[in-house]
Write a protein that binds this ligand. Structure first.
Ligand code: BDP
Length: 326
Protein backbone atom coordinates (compact mmCIF):
# COMPACT_ATOMS: atom_id res chain seq x y z
CA UNK A 1 0.00 0.00 0.00
CA UNK A 2 2.84 2.37 0.83
CA UNK A 3 4.26 1.75 -2.56
CA UNK A 4 0.91 2.57 -4.15
CA UNK A 5 0.69 5.77 -2.15
CA UNK A 6 4.10 6.89 -3.42
CA UNK A 7 3.07 5.93 -6.88
CA UNK A 8 -0.19 7.85 -6.71
CA UNK A 9 1.68 10.93 -5.52
CA UNK A 10 3.49 10.96 -8.83
CA UNK A 11 0.41 10.39 -10.99
CA UNK A 12 -1.47 13.14 -12.82
CA UNK A 13 -4.53 14.58 -11.11
CA UNK A 14 -6.94 13.32 -13.77
CA UNK A 15 -5.94 9.75 -13.08
CA UNK A 16 -6.23 10.30 -9.35
CA UNK A 17 -9.73 11.67 -9.78
CA UNK A 18 -10.79 8.59 -11.69
CA UNK A 19 -10.33 6.88 -8.32
CA UNK A 20 -11.14 3.27 -8.94
CA UNK A 21 -8.21 2.66 -11.27
CA UNK A 22 -5.86 3.08 -8.34
CA UNK A 23 -7.73 1.26 -5.62
CA UNK A 24 -5.89 -1.61 -3.97
CA UNK A 25 -9.05 -3.63 -3.54
CA UNK A 26 -11.70 -3.62 -6.24
CA UNK A 27 -15.10 -4.87 -5.20
CA UNK A 28 -17.68 -6.00 -7.71
CA UNK A 29 -20.97 -6.48 -5.86
CA UNK A 30 -23.60 -8.73 -7.46
CA UNK A 31 -27.34 -8.34 -6.77
CA UNK A 32 -30.21 -10.22 -8.31
CA UNK A 33 -32.64 -7.43 -7.40
CA UNK A 34 -33.15 -4.31 -9.50
CA UNK A 35 -31.91 -0.79 -8.68
CA UNK A 36 -34.06 0.88 -6.07
CA UNK A 37 -34.75 -2.40 -4.21
CA UNK A 38 -34.09 -2.03 -0.45
CA UNK A 39 -31.07 -4.34 -0.43
CA UNK A 40 -29.52 -2.64 -3.46
CA UNK A 41 -29.98 0.83 -1.97
CA UNK A 42 -28.45 -0.15 1.39
CA UNK A 43 -25.55 -2.01 -0.24
CA UNK A 44 -24.76 0.85 -2.60
CA UNK A 45 -24.70 3.19 0.39
CA UNK A 46 -22.34 0.76 2.13
CA UNK A 47 -20.14 0.85 -0.97
CA UNK A 48 -20.11 4.65 -1.08
CA UNK A 49 -18.99 4.78 2.56
CA UNK A 50 -16.41 2.08 1.93
CA UNK A 51 -14.77 4.07 -0.86
CA UNK A 52 -14.86 7.27 1.18
CA UNK A 53 -13.72 5.84 4.52
CA UNK A 54 -10.91 3.81 2.94
CA UNK A 55 -9.65 6.97 1.21
CA UNK A 56 -10.14 5.28 -2.11
CA UNK A 57 -8.04 2.23 -1.30
CA UNK A 58 -11.20 0.19 -1.82
CA UNK A 59 -13.38 0.67 -4.90
CA UNK A 60 -16.95 -0.56 -5.20
CA UNK A 61 -19.21 -1.20 -8.15
CA UNK A 62 -22.76 -2.47 -7.91
CA UNK A 63 -24.08 -4.88 -10.55
CA UNK A 64 -27.81 -5.01 -9.87
CA UNK A 65 -30.63 -6.75 -11.71
CA UNK A 66 -28.93 -10.12 -11.94
CA UNK A 67 -26.54 -9.04 -14.72
CA UNK A 68 -23.72 -11.16 -13.29
CA UNK A 69 -25.84 -14.30 -13.23
CA UNK A 70 -28.22 -16.23 -11.02
CA UNK A 71 -27.59 -16.35 -7.28
CA UNK A 72 -26.19 -19.88 -7.55
CA UNK A 73 -23.76 -18.80 -10.26
CA UNK A 74 -22.83 -15.69 -8.32
CA UNK A 75 -22.06 -17.66 -5.14
CA UNK A 76 -19.74 -19.86 -7.20
CA UNK A 77 -18.09 -16.76 -8.66
CA UNK A 78 -17.63 -15.25 -5.21
CA UNK A 79 -16.07 -18.48 -3.97
CA UNK A 80 -13.65 -18.21 -6.90
CA UNK A 81 -13.10 -14.47 -6.23
CA UNK A 82 -14.27 -13.52 -9.73
CA UNK A 83 -16.95 -11.50 -7.93
CA UNK A 84 -15.93 -10.06 -4.57
CA UNK A 85 -19.23 -9.51 -2.77
CA UNK A 86 -22.88 -10.35 -2.97
CA UNK A 87 -26.05 -10.58 -0.97
CA UNK A 88 -27.74 -13.88 -1.36
CA UNK A 89 -30.79 -15.57 0.03
CA UNK A 90 -29.90 -18.09 2.71
CA UNK A 91 -31.89 -20.59 0.68
CA UNK A 92 -29.10 -20.60 -1.89
CA UNK A 93 -26.38 -20.95 0.78
CA UNK A 94 -28.00 -24.08 2.30
CA UNK A 95 -26.75 -26.52 -0.34
CA UNK A 96 -23.24 -25.05 0.04
CA UNK A 97 -23.16 -24.76 3.86
CA UNK A 98 -25.79 -27.25 5.13
CA UNK A 99 -25.62 -25.95 8.73
CA UNK A 100 -27.49 -22.80 7.71
CA UNK A 101 -30.50 -24.85 6.64
CA UNK A 102 -31.84 -24.54 10.18
CA UNK A 103 -32.97 -21.02 9.24
CA UNK A 104 -34.36 -22.42 5.99
CA UNK A 105 -36.80 -24.79 7.68
CA UNK A 106 -40.50 -24.05 7.15
CA UNK A 107 -42.06 -22.20 10.11
CA UNK A 108 -38.83 -22.28 12.15
CA UNK A 109 -39.45 -18.64 13.09
CA UNK A 110 -42.72 -17.66 14.78
CA UNK A 111 -42.95 -14.49 12.72
CA UNK A 112 -40.90 -11.78 11.06
CA UNK A 113 -40.10 -10.02 14.37
CA UNK A 114 -38.83 -13.30 15.82
CA UNK A 115 -36.50 -13.82 12.84
CA UNK A 116 -35.11 -10.30 13.33
CA UNK A 117 -34.48 -10.93 17.03
CA UNK A 118 -32.66 -14.15 16.20
CA UNK A 119 -30.39 -12.71 13.50
CA UNK A 120 -29.59 -9.67 15.64
CA UNK A 121 -28.47 -11.87 18.52
CA UNK A 122 -25.80 -14.46 19.14
CA UNK A 123 -27.45 -17.15 17.03
CA UNK A 124 -27.38 -14.82 14.04
CA UNK A 125 -23.67 -14.24 14.53
CA UNK A 126 -23.07 -17.97 14.97
CA UNK A 127 -24.78 -18.63 11.68
CA UNK A 128 -22.65 -16.01 9.90
CA UNK A 129 -19.59 -17.65 11.48
CA UNK A 130 -20.68 -21.05 10.20
CA UNK A 131 -20.59 -19.66 6.68
CA UNK A 132 -17.23 -17.99 7.31
CA UNK A 133 -15.69 -21.09 8.88
CA UNK A 134 -16.95 -23.46 6.25
CA UNK A 135 -14.57 -24.56 3.53
CA UNK A 136 -16.32 -22.47 0.91
CA UNK A 137 -14.17 -19.36 0.76
CA UNK A 138 -16.88 -16.98 1.89
CA UNK A 139 -16.83 -14.47 4.72
CA UNK A 140 -20.33 -13.62 5.98
CA UNK A 141 -20.60 -10.07 7.28
CA UNK A 142 -24.18 -9.12 8.04
CA UNK A 143 -27.81 -9.90 7.33
CA UNK A 144 -30.28 -8.30 4.98
CA UNK A 145 -33.96 -8.76 5.62
CA UNK A 146 -35.87 -10.69 2.99
CA UNK A 147 -39.29 -10.49 4.63
CA UNK A 148 -41.78 -13.32 4.85
CA UNK A 149 -42.52 -15.68 1.98
CA UNK A 150 -46.05 -16.62 0.92
CA UNK A 151 -47.43 -18.62 -1.99
CA UNK A 152 -48.53 -16.90 -5.18
CA UNK A 153 -50.41 -18.81 -7.79
CA UNK A 154 -52.37 -18.47 -11.01
CA UNK A 155 -55.38 -20.22 -9.46
CA UNK A 156 -56.38 -19.40 -5.89
CA UNK A 157 -55.10 -21.45 -2.96
CA UNK A 158 -57.73 -20.84 -0.27
CA UNK A 159 -56.96 -24.01 1.58
CA UNK A 160 -54.02 -26.44 1.56
CA UNK A 161 -56.06 -28.90 -0.52
CA UNK A 162 -56.13 -26.40 -3.41
CA UNK A 163 -52.35 -26.71 -3.73
CA UNK A 164 -52.59 -30.37 -4.70
CA UNK A 165 -50.50 -31.08 -7.79
CA UNK A 166 -49.66 -27.42 -8.48
CA UNK A 167 -46.15 -26.85 -9.82
CA UNK A 168 -44.54 -24.32 -7.51
CA UNK A 169 -41.15 -22.78 -8.16
CA UNK A 170 -38.69 -22.77 -5.26
CA UNK A 171 -35.04 -21.83 -4.91
CA UNK A 172 -32.57 -24.63 -5.67
CA UNK A 173 -32.54 -26.20 -2.22
CA UNK A 174 -33.91 -29.69 -1.42
CA UNK A 175 -35.43 -28.36 1.83
CA UNK A 176 -37.80 -26.18 -0.20
CA UNK A 177 -38.69 -28.87 -2.73
CA UNK A 178 -39.57 -31.19 0.15
CA UNK A 179 -41.54 -28.39 1.80
CA UNK A 180 -43.77 -27.76 -1.22
CA UNK A 181 -44.16 -31.49 -1.85
CA UNK A 182 -45.17 -32.01 1.79
CA UNK A 183 -47.86 -29.37 1.31
CA UNK A 184 -49.25 -31.37 -1.62
CA UNK A 185 -47.73 -29.29 -4.41
CA UNK A 186 -44.94 -30.14 -6.78
CA UNK A 187 -41.75 -28.21 -5.95
CA UNK A 188 -39.66 -27.19 -8.94
CA UNK A 189 -36.28 -25.48 -8.55
CA UNK A 190 -35.29 -22.69 -10.89
CA UNK A 191 -33.36 -19.43 -10.82
CA UNK A 192 -35.11 -16.15 -9.98
CA UNK A 193 -34.74 -14.80 -13.49
CA UNK A 194 -36.60 -17.71 -15.04
CA UNK A 195 -39.77 -17.39 -12.97
CA UNK A 196 -41.43 -14.64 -15.00
CA UNK A 197 -41.57 -16.57 -18.26
CA UNK A 198 -42.18 -19.91 -16.52
CA UNK A 199 -45.34 -18.40 -15.03
CA UNK A 200 -46.39 -16.92 -18.35
CA UNK A 201 -45.89 -20.11 -20.30
CA UNK A 202 -47.45 -22.35 -17.65
CA UNK A 203 -44.25 -24.27 -16.90
CA UNK A 204 -45.15 -23.50 -13.28
CA UNK A 205 -48.48 -22.68 -11.61
CA UNK A 206 -46.97 -20.45 -8.98
CA UNK A 207 -44.04 -19.57 -6.77
CA UNK A 208 -43.49 -18.19 -3.29
CA UNK A 209 -41.90 -14.99 -2.12
CA UNK A 210 -42.28 -11.70 -0.26
CA UNK A 211 -44.39 -8.78 -1.60
CA UNK A 212 -41.45 -6.67 -2.91
CA UNK A 213 -40.16 -9.57 -5.05
CA UNK A 214 -43.64 -10.45 -6.28
CA UNK A 215 -43.99 -6.83 -7.39
CA UNK A 216 -40.51 -5.88 -8.60
CA UNK A 217 -39.89 -9.06 -10.57
CA UNK A 218 -43.33 -8.64 -12.19
CA UNK A 219 -44.55 -12.11 -11.23
CA UNK A 220 -47.88 -10.60 -10.19
CA UNK A 221 -48.68 -10.05 -13.83
CA UNK A 222 -49.41 -13.78 -14.13
CA UNK A 223 -49.94 -14.86 -10.51
CA UNK A 224 -52.86 -12.92 -9.08
CA UNK A 225 -53.50 -14.91 -5.89
CA UNK A 226 -51.29 -14.42 -2.86
CA UNK A 227 -51.95 -16.85 -0.02
CA UNK A 228 -50.48 -15.71 3.29
CA UNK A 229 -48.94 -18.99 4.39
CA UNK A 230 -45.85 -17.29 5.91
CA UNK A 231 -44.02 -20.60 5.56
CA UNK A 232 -40.49 -19.22 5.16
CA UNK A 233 -38.76 -16.18 6.63
CA UNK A 234 -35.33 -16.22 5.04
CA UNK A 235 -32.62 -13.77 6.05
CA UNK A 236 -29.99 -12.94 3.46
CA UNK A 237 -26.28 -12.82 4.27
CA UNK A 238 -23.93 -10.29 2.72
CA UNK A 239 -20.80 -12.25 1.84
CA UNK A 240 -17.31 -11.45 0.64
CA UNK A 241 -14.89 -13.76 -1.10
CA UNK A 242 -12.32 -15.03 1.38
CA UNK A 243 -9.49 -14.35 -1.07
CA UNK A 244 -10.45 -10.66 -1.11
CA UNK A 245 -11.01 -10.59 2.65
CA UNK A 246 -7.48 -11.94 3.18
CA UNK A 247 -5.98 -9.07 1.21
CA UNK A 248 -7.57 -6.48 3.55
CA UNK A 249 -5.61 -4.82 6.32
CA UNK A 250 -6.97 -5.29 9.87
CA UNK A 251 -8.38 -1.73 9.72
CA UNK A 252 -10.05 -2.41 6.39
CA UNK A 253 -11.59 -5.61 7.76
CA UNK A 254 -13.03 -3.71 10.70
CA UNK A 255 -14.36 -1.05 8.35
CA UNK A 256 -16.00 -3.55 5.98
CA UNK A 257 -17.67 -5.37 8.88
CA UNK A 258 -18.84 -2.12 10.50
CA UNK A 259 -20.34 -0.77 7.28
CA UNK A 260 -22.04 -4.08 6.48
CA UNK A 261 -23.69 -4.02 9.92
CA UNK A 262 -24.77 -0.42 9.32
CA UNK A 263 -26.25 -1.52 6.00
CA UNK A 264 -28.17 -4.24 7.85
CA UNK A 265 -29.88 -1.59 10.00
CA UNK A 266 -30.50 0.74 7.07
CA UNK A 267 -31.99 -1.94 4.87
CA UNK A 268 -34.48 -2.90 7.57
CA UNK A 269 -36.04 0.54 7.53
CA UNK A 270 -36.17 0.54 3.73
CA UNK A 271 -37.59 -2.97 3.79
CA UNK A 272 -40.56 -2.12 5.97
CA UNK A 273 -41.43 0.87 3.82
CA UNK A 274 -41.05 -1.09 0.59
CA UNK A 275 -43.12 -4.02 1.88
CA UNK A 276 -46.01 -1.78 2.83
CA UNK A 277 -45.85 0.05 -0.52
CA UNK A 278 -45.62 -3.23 -2.41
CA UNK A 279 -48.75 -4.58 -0.74
CA UNK A 280 -50.68 -1.48 -1.73
CA UNK A 281 -49.42 -1.61 -5.31
CA UNK A 282 -50.10 -5.34 -5.67
CA UNK A 283 -53.64 -4.94 -4.42
CA UNK A 284 -54.19 -1.99 -6.77
CA UNK A 285 -52.94 -4.21 -9.61
CA UNK A 286 -55.64 -6.76 -8.81
CA UNK A 287 -53.71 -9.26 -6.70
CA UNK A 288 -55.98 -10.92 -4.17
CA UNK A 289 -54.39 -11.36 -0.74
CA UNK A 290 -55.84 -14.55 0.76
CA UNK A 291 -55.72 -14.62 4.56
CA UNK A 292 -55.83 -18.01 6.23
CA UNK A 293 -57.63 -18.79 9.46
CA UNK A 294 -55.36 -20.11 12.25
CA UNK A 295 -56.67 -23.63 11.53
CA UNK A 296 -55.96 -23.28 7.80
CA UNK A 297 -52.45 -22.02 8.52
CA UNK A 298 -51.87 -24.85 10.97
CA UNK A 299 -52.59 -27.30 8.15
CA UNK A 300 -49.49 -25.98 6.33
CA UNK A 301 -47.48 -26.18 9.55
CA UNK A 302 -48.59 -29.75 10.27
CA UNK A 303 -48.01 -30.89 6.70
CA UNK A 304 -44.36 -29.83 6.89
CA UNK A 305 -43.56 -31.48 10.26
CA UNK A 306 -41.55 -34.22 8.55
CA UNK A 307 -39.40 -31.66 6.73
CA UNK A 308 -38.53 -30.06 10.06
CA UNK A 309 -37.66 -33.41 11.61
CA UNK A 310 -35.70 -34.64 8.58
CA UNK A 311 -33.47 -31.57 8.20
CA UNK A 312 -33.67 -30.33 11.78
CA UNK A 313 -32.64 -33.59 13.49
CA UNK A 314 -28.94 -32.74 13.84
CA UNK A 315 -29.81 -29.29 15.21
CA UNK A 316 -32.41 -29.92 17.91
CA UNK A 317 -30.52 -27.87 20.52
CA UNK A 318 -30.14 -24.95 18.16
CA UNK A 319 -33.83 -25.10 17.26
CA UNK A 320 -34.71 -25.00 20.97
CA UNK A 321 -32.49 -21.94 21.38
CA UNK A 322 -34.19 -20.28 18.40
CA UNK A 323 -37.60 -21.01 19.90
CA UNK A 324 -36.47 -19.55 23.23
CA UNK A 325 -35.67 -16.16 21.67
CA UNK A 326 -38.48 -13.80 22.66
C1 BDP B 1 -35.98 -13.04 -2.85
C2 BDP B 1 -34.56 -12.93 -2.38
C3 BDP B 1 -33.61 -13.25 -3.50
C4 BDP B 1 -33.97 -14.60 -4.05
C5 BDP B 1 -35.39 -14.64 -4.50
C6 BDP B 1 -35.75 -16.01 -5.05
O1 BDP B 1 -34.29 -11.64 -1.89
O2 BDP B 1 -32.30 -13.20 -3.02
O3 BDP B 1 -33.22 -14.92 -5.09
O4 BDP B 1 -36.20 -14.32 -3.41
O5 BDP B 1 -36.58 -16.70 -4.50
O6 BDP B 1 -36.84 -12.85 -1.77
O7 BDP B 1 -35.15 -16.40 -6.07
Amino acid sequence: MDFTRKLTAALPLALLLSGTALADVKIKFAEVHPSGYPTVVAEQEMGNKLVKDSNGDISFKMFAGGVLGSEKEVVEQVQANAIQMTRVSLGIVGPVVPDVNVFNLPFVFRDHAHMRKVIDGEIGQEMLDKITHSEFNLVALAWMDGGTRNLYTKKPVRDIADLKGMKIRVQGNPVFIDTINAMGGNGIAMATGEIFSALQTGVIDGAENNPPTLLEHNHYQSAKYYTLTEHLILPEPVVMSKATWNTLSPEQKTLVKKLAVEAQAEERVLWDKKSAESETKLKAAGVEFITLTPAQKKAFYDATADVRSKYGAPYTDLIKRIEAVQ
